[in-house]
Design a protein around this ligand. Structure first.
Ligand code: SF4
Ligand code: FES
Length: 215
C-alpha cells in the first residue's frame, strides 16, 4: 500500500497514493468487496461494486490518498471544512491549493509536528501518543457569506499553516468551532490554543522548510 498505483475498472478507475494514506480504514470498512488489504495481487478491485458506490467511498477518503478517474469528476464540497481529529491531524475538505498542489479536495495535514512528510500527516502522531483534543472551545464567529471557493494552504517555514479562503473549522464531532477567511493553524503540536497557532513554535524550536515533500 505505498507509492502511487492505478487500479483500472470498466467504469471507474481508482488511484491510490499510498504515501498519503493515514490508515483511517474508511475504505476497507465501508466497501470490503472493493478494498481488500493483505491479498496477493491488486488490493483494490473497482469492478467489485457499482461504480457509483466506489466513487462515493473514494470521495470519503480523508487523506486524499484515493482518487477516482473515469467519466465522473469529483466536485469540490459546497462548504470548505477542516475537521480536528482527536489526537490526530487536521482533515481538510475543500478546493485546496497546498503550495500549488491542487490534485485533491481532501488532505490530512500534520498537527503534531513530527510527520516526516510535512505538511502531510504520516501517522507519526500515533507512534508518539500525541494528545490534543478534537473538541476545542467554540469561538463566536458570524456565518460566512460564502462557504466554498479556493482554499489556499501555506505551511510557513518553521511556523503554522496559513489558511486563506472561506473555512469552517469543525470539531471531531462536526460541531462548528470557528468560521474564518484567514487564519493560522498550529502544526508544531505545542500551541496552548489549538487548533490555532499561539507562537509557541518559536520556543519549541519547530523546524520545517515549508515545502512539499520531495517523494
Ligand atoms: S480511506 Fe484513505 S486514508 Fe483511509 S485507509 Fe483508505 S486509503 Fe487510507
Ligand atoms: S505552529 Fe504551533 S504554536 Fe505556532
Amino acid at each position: 500500500m505505498s507509492g502511487t498505483d492505478k487500479y483500472p475498472g470498466q467504469k471507474v478507475s481508482v488511484v491510490n497514493d499510498g504515501k498519503r494514506c493515514i490508515h483511517s480504514r474508511y475504505c476497507v470498512l465501508n466497501l470490503s468487496s472493493v478494498f481488500v488489504p493483505n491479498v496477493e495481487g491488486p488490493w483494490i478491485k473497482p469492478d467489485a461494486a457499482p461504480h457509483e458506490t466506489v466513487i462515493a467511498v473514494v470521495e470519503k477518503c480523508p487523506s486524499g490518498a484515493l482518487r477516482h478517474e473515469g467519466s465522473v469528476a469529483e466536485q469540490p464540497p459546497t462548504v470548505n471544512t477542516v475537521r480536528i481529529w482527536e489526537n490526530g491531524p487536521l482533515a481538510f475538505h475543500g478546493a485546496l491549493d497546498i503550495l500549488g498542489d491542487t490534485s485533491s479536495f481532501r488532505a490530512t495535514l500534520c498537527r503534531c509536528g513530527l510527520s516526516k512528510r510535512k505538511p502531510f500527516c504520516d501517522h507519526s502522531h500515533a507512534e508518539v501518543n500525541f494528545i490534543a483534543t478534537g473538541e476545542p472551545p467554540a469561538k463566536d464567529t458570524p456565518a460566512l457569506a460564502v462557504r466554498d471557493g479556493k482554499l489556499k494552504v501555506t505551511p510557513g517555514k518553521d511556523g503554522p499553516l496559513q489558511v486563506e479562503g472561506n473555512l469552517e473549522i469543525c470539531g471531531a464531532s462536526g460541531r462548528t468551532v470557528s468560521r474564518e477567511t484567514k487564519t493560522w493553524l498550529c502544526r508544531c503540536g505545542h500551541s496552548a490554543n489549538k487548533p490555532f497557532c499561539d507562537g509557541a513554535h518559536r520556543k519549541a524550536g519547530f523546524k520545517d522548510d515549508g515545502k512539499l515533500p520531495n517523494d
